[in-house]
Design a protein around this ligand. Structure first.
Ligand code: NCD
Length: 307
Protein backbone atom coordinates (compact mmCIF):
# COMPACT_ATOMS: atom_id res chain seq x y z
CA UNK A 1 0.00 0.00 0.00
CA UNK A 2 1.60 3.24 -1.11
CA UNK A 3 -1.14 5.61 0.02
CA UNK A 4 0.01 8.01 2.72
CA UNK A 5 3.62 6.80 2.71
CA UNK A 6 6.72 8.93 3.12
CA UNK A 7 9.47 8.53 0.49
CA UNK A 8 12.77 8.91 2.31
CA UNK A 9 14.99 6.14 0.93
CA UNK A 10 14.61 3.82 -2.05
CA UNK A 11 15.22 0.98 0.40
CA UNK A 12 11.79 1.65 1.93
CA UNK A 13 10.23 0.13 -1.21
CA UNK A 14 9.90 -3.47 -2.30
CA UNK A 15 10.52 -4.59 -5.84
CA UNK A 16 6.81 -5.16 -6.35
CA UNK A 17 5.98 -1.65 -5.10
CA UNK A 18 8.53 -0.21 -7.52
CA UNK A 19 7.03 -2.26 -10.34
CA UNK A 20 3.61 -0.93 -9.40
CA UNK A 21 4.96 2.62 -9.74
CA UNK A 22 6.42 1.72 -13.17
CA UNK A 23 3.10 0.30 -14.41
CA UNK A 24 1.30 3.38 -13.19
CA UNK A 25 3.94 5.63 -14.79
CA UNK A 26 3.41 3.87 -18.11
CA UNK A 27 -0.29 4.77 -17.89
CA UNK A 28 0.67 8.32 -16.94
CA UNK A 29 2.77 8.66 -20.09
CA UNK A 30 -0.53 8.45 -21.94
CA UNK A 31 -2.47 10.56 -19.44
CA UNK A 32 0.00 13.39 -20.00
CA UNK A 33 -1.84 13.94 -23.22
CA UNK A 34 -5.33 13.46 -21.79
CA UNK A 35 -4.63 15.60 -18.71
CA UNK A 36 -7.16 13.82 -16.54
CA UNK A 37 -7.43 15.79 -13.31
CA UNK A 38 -6.81 12.93 -10.85
CA UNK A 39 -5.45 15.32 -8.21
CA UNK A 40 -7.90 18.17 -8.63
CA UNK A 41 -8.03 20.30 -5.44
CA UNK A 42 -4.83 18.71 -4.10
CA UNK A 43 -1.82 20.80 -3.23
CA UNK A 44 1.89 19.95 -3.47
CA UNK A 45 4.44 21.99 -1.48
CA UNK A 46 7.99 22.09 -2.79
CA UNK A 47 10.57 23.11 -0.19
CA UNK A 48 13.91 23.33 -1.98
CA UNK A 49 16.79 24.54 0.15
CA UNK A 50 19.33 23.46 -2.48
CA UNK A 51 19.50 24.20 -6.22
CA UNK A 52 17.39 22.06 -8.52
CA UNK A 53 16.12 22.18 -12.08
CA UNK A 54 14.71 18.79 -12.99
CA UNK A 55 13.56 17.47 -9.64
CA UNK A 56 11.54 20.54 -8.66
CA UNK A 57 10.20 21.32 -12.12
CA UNK A 58 9.27 17.73 -12.92
CA UNK A 59 7.41 17.43 -9.60
CA UNK A 60 5.61 20.69 -10.37
CA UNK A 61 4.84 19.58 -13.93
CA UNK A 62 3.59 16.23 -12.64
CA UNK A 63 1.26 17.91 -10.13
CA UNK A 64 -0.09 20.36 -12.73
CA UNK A 65 -0.65 17.56 -15.24
CA UNK A 66 -2.71 15.73 -12.64
CA UNK A 67 -4.86 18.81 -12.16
CA UNK A 68 -3.44 19.77 -8.77
CA UNK A 69 -1.66 22.93 -7.71
CA UNK A 70 1.73 23.80 -6.28
CA UNK A 71 3.12 26.14 -3.64
CA UNK A 72 6.71 26.39 -2.46
CA UNK A 73 10.09 28.00 -2.58
CA UNK A 74 13.40 27.24 -4.19
CA UNK A 75 15.66 29.26 -1.95
CA UNK A 76 15.33 29.81 1.76
CA UNK A 77 16.27 33.53 1.52
CA UNK A 78 12.65 34.38 0.72
CA UNK A 79 11.22 32.49 3.71
CA UNK A 80 11.23 32.90 7.46
CA UNK A 81 14.19 30.51 7.61
CA UNK A 82 16.21 33.62 6.78
CA UNK A 83 14.80 35.08 10.03
CA UNK A 84 16.03 32.08 11.99
CA UNK A 85 13.00 29.81 11.89
CA UNK A 86 13.96 26.17 12.38
CA UNK A 87 13.31 23.49 9.78
CA UNK A 88 10.70 21.68 11.88
CA UNK A 89 8.56 24.82 12.25
CA UNK A 90 8.74 25.50 8.50
CA UNK A 91 7.70 21.90 7.82
CA UNK A 92 4.77 22.23 10.27
CA UNK A 93 3.43 25.06 8.13
CA UNK A 94 3.81 23.14 4.87
CA UNK A 95 2.06 20.23 6.55
CA UNK A 96 -0.84 22.49 7.44
CA UNK A 97 -1.14 23.99 3.96
CA UNK A 98 -0.43 21.11 1.57
CA UNK A 99 -1.42 17.48 0.89
CA UNK A 100 2.11 16.33 0.07
CA UNK A 101 5.56 17.89 0.54
CA UNK A 102 8.79 17.48 -1.44
CA UNK A 103 11.91 18.63 0.38
CA UNK A 104 15.51 19.01 -0.77
CA UNK A 105 18.16 19.96 1.76
CA UNK A 106 21.92 19.84 2.05
CA UNK A 107 21.73 18.16 5.47
CA UNK A 108 21.53 14.35 5.47
CA UNK A 109 18.46 13.26 7.36
CA UNK A 110 16.55 16.52 6.75
CA UNK A 111 13.75 14.74 4.89
CA UNK A 112 13.48 12.12 7.60
CA UNK A 113 13.13 14.85 10.21
CA UNK A 114 10.48 16.56 8.07
CA UNK A 115 8.58 13.27 7.76
CA UNK A 116 8.56 12.89 11.54
CA UNK A 117 7.06 16.35 11.94
CA UNK A 118 4.53 16.24 9.09
CA UNK A 119 1.36 14.16 8.89
CA UNK A 120 1.10 14.42 5.10
CA UNK A 121 3.45 12.34 2.93
CA UNK A 122 6.97 13.78 2.71
CA UNK A 123 9.09 13.01 -0.34
CA UNK A 124 12.86 13.33 -0.14
CA UNK A 125 14.01 15.33 -3.17
CA UNK A 126 17.64 14.80 -2.12
CA UNK A 127 19.34 15.13 1.27
CA UNK A 128 23.05 15.94 1.03
CA UNK A 129 25.02 13.00 -0.37
CA UNK A 130 22.66 10.49 1.14
CA UNK A 131 19.41 9.67 -0.64
CA UNK A 132 17.51 10.69 -3.74
CA UNK A 133 14.85 8.00 -3.94
CA UNK A 134 12.68 9.46 -6.68
CA UNK A 135 15.73 9.86 -8.94
CA UNK A 136 16.39 6.15 -8.45
CA UNK A 137 12.78 5.45 -9.44
CA UNK A 138 13.25 7.53 -12.61
CA UNK A 139 16.53 5.73 -13.34
CA UNK A 140 15.07 2.25 -12.92
CA UNK A 141 12.06 3.23 -15.00
CA UNK A 142 14.34 4.52 -17.78
CA UNK A 143 16.23 1.21 -17.93
CA UNK A 144 12.96 -0.73 -17.88
CA UNK A 145 11.36 1.43 -20.60
CA UNK A 146 14.40 1.60 -22.84
CA UNK A 147 15.61 -2.00 -22.51
CA UNK A 148 12.47 -3.79 -21.31
CA UNK A 149 14.05 -5.20 -18.16
CA UNK A 150 16.57 -4.60 -15.39
CA UNK A 151 17.38 -8.23 -14.56
CA UNK A 152 20.22 -9.81 -16.51
CA UNK A 153 21.83 -6.54 -17.60
CA UNK A 154 25.41 -5.41 -17.14
CA UNK A 155 25.17 -1.93 -15.63
CA UNK A 156 28.17 0.33 -14.95
CA UNK A 157 28.12 3.34 -12.66
CA UNK A 158 30.89 5.84 -13.12
CA UNK A 159 31.95 9.19 -11.74
CA UNK A 160 31.39 10.44 -8.23
CA UNK A 161 30.05 7.40 -6.41
CA UNK A 162 31.02 8.87 -3.05
CA UNK A 163 29.22 12.19 -2.81
CA UNK A 164 26.57 11.67 -5.51
CA UNK A 165 23.21 10.88 -3.98
CA UNK A 166 21.73 9.82 -7.33
CA UNK A 167 24.43 7.16 -7.75
CA UNK A 168 24.10 6.08 -4.11
CA UNK A 169 20.34 5.66 -4.41
CA UNK A 170 20.71 3.75 -7.67
CA UNK A 171 23.19 1.34 -6.06
CA UNK A 172 20.69 0.68 -3.28
CA UNK A 173 17.86 0.38 -5.81
CA UNK A 174 19.66 -2.21 -7.91
CA UNK A 175 19.83 -4.55 -4.91
CA UNK A 176 16.06 -5.01 -5.38
CA UNK A 177 16.64 -6.46 -8.86
CA UNK A 178 18.91 -9.10 -10.40
CA UNK A 179 21.24 -7.42 -12.89
CA UNK A 180 23.89 -9.69 -14.40
CA UNK A 181 26.53 -7.43 -12.90
CA UNK A 182 27.00 -3.92 -11.58
CA UNK A 183 30.44 -2.44 -12.29
CA UNK A 184 31.59 0.50 -10.19
CA UNK A 185 34.23 2.71 -11.79
CA UNK A 186 35.61 5.81 -10.11
CA UNK A 187 38.85 7.40 -8.97
CA UNK A 188 40.00 6.00 -5.60
CA UNK A 189 38.84 9.07 -3.66
CA UNK A 190 35.34 8.87 -5.18
CA UNK A 191 34.60 5.20 -4.47
CA UNK A 192 31.25 4.49 -2.78
CA UNK A 193 31.05 5.16 0.94
CA UNK A 194 31.64 2.30 3.33
CA UNK A 195 28.01 2.24 4.47
CA UNK A 196 26.91 1.55 0.87
CA UNK A 197 29.58 -1.06 0.19
CA UNK A 198 28.74 -2.80 3.46
CA UNK A 199 25.08 -2.81 2.55
CA UNK A 200 25.43 -4.11 -1.00
CA UNK A 201 27.96 -6.72 0.11
CA UNK A 202 25.25 -8.16 2.34
CA UNK A 203 22.84 -8.60 -0.60
CA UNK A 204 22.80 -10.90 -3.60
CA UNK A 205 23.78 -8.07 -5.96
CA UNK A 206 26.74 -9.06 -8.15
CA UNK A 207 29.05 -6.07 -8.27
CA UNK A 208 32.68 -5.42 -8.95
CA UNK A 209 35.12 -2.59 -8.69
CA UNK A 210 36.67 -1.84 -12.08
CA UNK A 211 39.66 0.30 -12.91
CA UNK A 212 39.11 1.03 -16.55
CA UNK A 213 35.87 1.69 -18.39
CA UNK A 214 37.57 0.87 -21.69
CA UNK A 215 38.04 -2.74 -20.68
CA UNK A 216 34.37 -3.40 -19.98
CA UNK A 217 32.62 -1.01 -22.38
CA UNK A 218 32.01 -3.77 -24.94
CA UNK A 219 29.96 -5.83 -22.48
CA UNK A 220 27.81 -3.04 -21.04
CA UNK A 221 24.05 -2.62 -21.47
CA UNK A 222 23.81 0.54 -19.36
CA UNK A 223 26.46 3.17 -18.63
CA UNK A 224 25.36 5.52 -15.84
CA UNK A 225 27.57 8.61 -15.70
CA UNK A 226 27.58 11.15 -12.87
CA UNK A 227 28.99 14.59 -12.20
CA UNK A 228 31.75 15.16 -9.67
CA UNK A 229 29.93 16.81 -6.78
CA UNK A 230 32.27 19.75 -6.38
CA UNK A 231 30.08 21.47 -3.79
CA UNK A 232 30.26 18.47 -1.45
CA UNK A 233 34.06 18.15 -1.32
CA UNK A 234 35.35 18.94 2.15
CA UNK A 235 38.67 20.07 0.60
CA UNK A 236 38.80 21.99 -2.72
CA UNK A 237 42.33 20.64 -3.36
CA UNK A 238 40.85 17.13 -3.43
CA UNK A 239 38.40 18.24 -6.12
CA UNK A 240 41.22 19.69 -8.23
CA UNK A 241 42.95 16.29 -8.14
CA UNK A 242 40.02 14.34 -9.57
CA UNK A 243 38.30 16.84 -11.84
CA UNK A 244 38.34 15.75 -15.45
CA UNK A 245 39.60 12.31 -14.45
CA UNK A 246 37.07 10.46 -16.59
CA UNK A 247 35.23 11.35 -19.73
CA UNK A 248 32.88 9.53 -22.07
CA UNK A 249 33.70 10.31 -25.68
CA UNK A 250 33.03 8.83 -29.14
CA UNK A 251 36.36 7.01 -29.12
CA UNK A 252 35.49 5.10 -25.95
CA UNK A 253 32.12 4.21 -27.47
CA UNK A 254 33.59 2.72 -30.63
CA UNK A 255 33.74 -0.64 -28.82
CA UNK A 256 30.25 -0.41 -27.28
CA UNK A 257 27.29 -2.66 -28.09
CA UNK A 258 24.84 -1.00 -30.47
CA UNK A 259 22.12 -1.31 -27.83
CA UNK A 260 24.12 0.38 -25.03
CA UNK A 261 22.27 3.20 -23.31
CA UNK A 262 24.07 6.06 -21.57
CA UNK A 263 22.27 7.65 -18.66
CA UNK A 264 23.06 10.63 -16.42
CA UNK A 265 20.91 12.17 -13.66
CA UNK A 266 21.98 15.62 -14.98
CA UNK A 267 23.24 18.28 -14.68
CA UNK A 268 26.29 17.17 -16.66
CA UNK A 269 29.34 19.37 -16.74
CA UNK A 270 32.16 17.96 -18.88
CA UNK A 271 32.07 14.23 -18.15
CA UNK A 272 30.29 13.46 -21.43
CA UNK A 273 31.69 14.82 -24.69
CA UNK A 274 29.02 16.94 -26.42
CA UNK A 275 29.29 14.79 -29.55
CA UNK A 276 27.84 11.88 -27.56
CA UNK A 277 24.56 13.82 -27.19
CA UNK A 278 23.94 13.26 -30.89
CA UNK A 279 24.44 9.48 -30.77
CA UNK A 280 21.69 6.88 -30.21
CA UNK A 281 23.50 5.85 -27.00
CA UNK A 282 22.48 9.08 -25.26
CA UNK A 283 19.29 8.60 -23.24
CA UNK A 284 19.80 11.18 -20.51
CA UNK A 285 17.37 13.70 -21.95
CA UNK A 286 14.75 10.97 -22.33
CA UNK A 287 15.56 9.93 -18.74
CA UNK A 288 14.85 13.49 -17.57
CA UNK A 289 11.58 13.42 -19.51
CA UNK A 290 10.51 10.16 -17.82
CA UNK A 291 10.72 12.03 -14.51
CA UNK A 292 7.29 13.51 -15.18
CA UNK A 293 5.26 10.29 -15.61
CA UNK A 294 7.18 8.61 -12.77
CA UNK A 295 6.52 11.51 -10.38
CA UNK A 296 2.90 11.68 -11.57
CA UNK A 297 2.53 8.00 -10.71
CA UNK A 298 4.14 8.46 -7.33
CA UNK A 299 2.03 11.50 -6.38
CA UNK A 300 -1.18 9.77 -7.46
CA UNK A 301 -0.33 6.59 -5.54
CA UNK A 302 0.70 8.47 -2.36
CA UNK A 303 -2.54 10.43 -2.48
CA UNK A 304 -4.60 7.30 -3.09
CA UNK A 305 -5.71 8.38 -6.55
CA UNK A 306 -4.01 5.91 -8.85
CA UNK A 307 -5.77 5.02 -12.09
C1 NCD B 1 21.19 15.26 -9.06
C2 NCD B 1 21.10 15.75 -7.63
O1 NCD B 1 20.68 16.87 -7.36
O2 NCD B 1 21.41 14.93 -6.79
N1 NCD B 1 20.36 15.90 -9.94
C3 NCD B 1 19.04 15.50 -10.05
O3 NCD B 1 18.29 15.54 -9.12
N2 NCD B 1 18.67 15.07 -11.24
C4 NCD B 1 22.57 15.06 -9.55
C5 NCD B 1 23.62 16.11 -9.38
O4 NCD B 1 23.42 17.19 -8.83
O5 NCD B 1 24.73 15.84 -9.86
Amino acid sequence: MLKGRDVISILDFTRSELEKIFREALKMERVQKLERPLLKDRLLATAFFEPSTRTRLSFETAMHRLGGSVIGFSESEGTSLAKGENLADTVRMLDAYADVVVIRHRIEGAAKLAAEVADVPVINGGDGSKHHPTQAMVDLYTIWRELGRIDGLHIALTGDLRYGRAASSLMYALTKFRPKKVSLISPASLKPRKEIMDFISGTKLKFSDEEDLKEIIGDLDVLYVTRIQKERFPDPAEYEKVKGSYRVDPELLSDAKKSLIIMHPLPKVDEIDLQVDETPFARYFQQAAYAVPVRMALLALLLGKAM
